[in-house]
Design a protein around this ligand. Structure first.
Ligand code: NAP
Ligand code: G4F
Length: 324
């Protein structure tokens, strides 16, 4: 039986990846950092089938111990301070977790068992103020936030450990991917949660920042399949994972509100406080390499994704508030 260790297992991607690996017969371990009030919302349905190990990306000894306990064939490093906005107010912490945390995990692998295959969760945010459209694996990086800068470090240290020590280390450059398990801070979930509350009469307005920013949005359930595929290849490599389509925040809002028969212009208020110090205006990925080498393709369309999220939020809120 193959064994995998997932960092960030309580997050959106960690939960979908755990489900995927369990369905493939893996024994799944998850690194769980200590928090005063643990949130298991995304993995409560998996707790009987996975093993959680206490540890933190900032603590090398805890990572070595997690590897000793789990003896994994594969490690998926999904843990990070992943919210771009907060990376300006907590820039040093973001660097510790999302940049040096990667070095800690690579060092833990190098010291304990260099045969472990490693996946690093890199990000399309690294392309930032884009130097090429669409973005591919060789497009130069121009990060626009402390988060993106930390991810550029994480990407290159992964490449460096592959080249320096021959580790089977892959960097997945994933464009935005969403789902009903997305954190409420991110714009898709903020919108679908608000649409559901407005529809049910529980909220009146939705405050947003930049409506013109464009993102290449896909479904998280599709994207974790690409992570797994990268670690099943004969050679380690880096891949762009994207849909090849881009939409503005305004289009996202239109699709979400119109799904419940509402006119978004009556509810959305632009708030200058929600504008970022430096914005990423446009992300659009070309997943050709992943299609050709991994046989990967996104399956859920943008409209299906937003509909799925609005429906899920309506159900969750109704269940909480006992509304029919
Ligand atoms: P997420 O929902 O924010 O989950 C982040 C996870 O990291 C949580 O489980 C969190 O644990 C854990 N974590 C944070 N700091 C940690 C630390 N110091 N030690 C151990 N665990 C820690 O993120 P996601 O959307 O699933 O994304 C997964 C990864 O892909 C992240 O690295 C993100 O930067 C990257 N990525 C995401 C996207 C996207 O669109 N979703 C695109 C490209 C790249 P707690 O529950 O304790 O907070
Ligand atoms: O949903 P967002 O916060 O995602 P962002 O910044 O693109 O980052 C996400 O995707 C990255 C991959 O490219 C990941 F690496 C990262 O971890 C994260 O998952 O914002 C999307 C866009 C931005 O342009 C932002 O300015 O939406 C715009 N936006 C407009 N109003 C807003 C809001 N974003 C948020 N979070 N909240 C708003 O009210």
């Amino acid at each position: 039986m193959k064994k995998a260790l997932i960092t960030g297992i309580t997050g959106q991607d960690g939960s979908y990846l755990a489900e995927l690996l369990l369905s493939k017969g893996y024994k799944v371990f998850g690194l769980k950092r200590r928090t005063a009030t643990p949130s298991f919302e995304n993995i409560s349905h998996l707790l009987d089938n996975i093993e959680l190990i206490s540890g933190d990306l900032l603590d090398l000894a805890s990572l070595i111990e997690a590897i000793r306990i789990s003896q994994p064939d594969e490690i998926y490093n999904l843990a990070a301070q992943s919210f771009v906005t907060d990376s300006w107010s907590q820039s040093a912490y973001t660097g510790h977790a999302s940049a040096l945390g990667v070095t800690n995990m690579l060092e833990a692998i190098r010291i304990t068992n260099p045969n472990i295959r490693f996946y690093q969760a890199s990000s399309s945010e690294m392309f930032g103020k884009v130097l090429e459209i669409p973005q591919i694996e060789t497009t130069p990086f121009y990060p626009r936030s402390p988060y993106a800068v930390s991810k550029v470090y994480g990407h290159w240290i992964t490449v460096n450990y592959r080249e320096s020590y021959g580790l089977f280390a892959c960097s997945g450059i994933l464009f935005n991917h969403e789902s009903p398990r997305r954190g409420y801070d991110f714009v898709t979930r903020k919108v679908t949660d608000a649409v559901a509350k407005i529809k049910l009469g529980l909220q009146k307005e939705l405050f947003l920042g930049n409506l013109d920013a464009k993102r290449d949005w896909g479904y998280a359930g599709d994207y974790v399949k690409a992570m797994w595929l990268m670690l099943q290849q004969n050679k380690p490599d880096d891949f762009v994972i994207a849909t090849g389509e881009t939409r503005s925040v305004k289009e996202l809002v239109e699709v979400a509100f119109s799904h419940v028969g509402l006119d978004w212009t009556k509810y959305v208020v632009q708030d200058p406080k929600l504008m970022r110090p430096a914005e990423v205006d446009l992300l659009l990925g070309n997943p050709k390499k992943a299609e050709e080498k991994l046989g990967w393709k996104p399956e859920v369309s943008f409209d299906e994704l937003i509909k799925m999220m609005v429906e899920s939020d309506l159900e969750k809120i109704k269940a909480k508030k006992y509304i029919k």
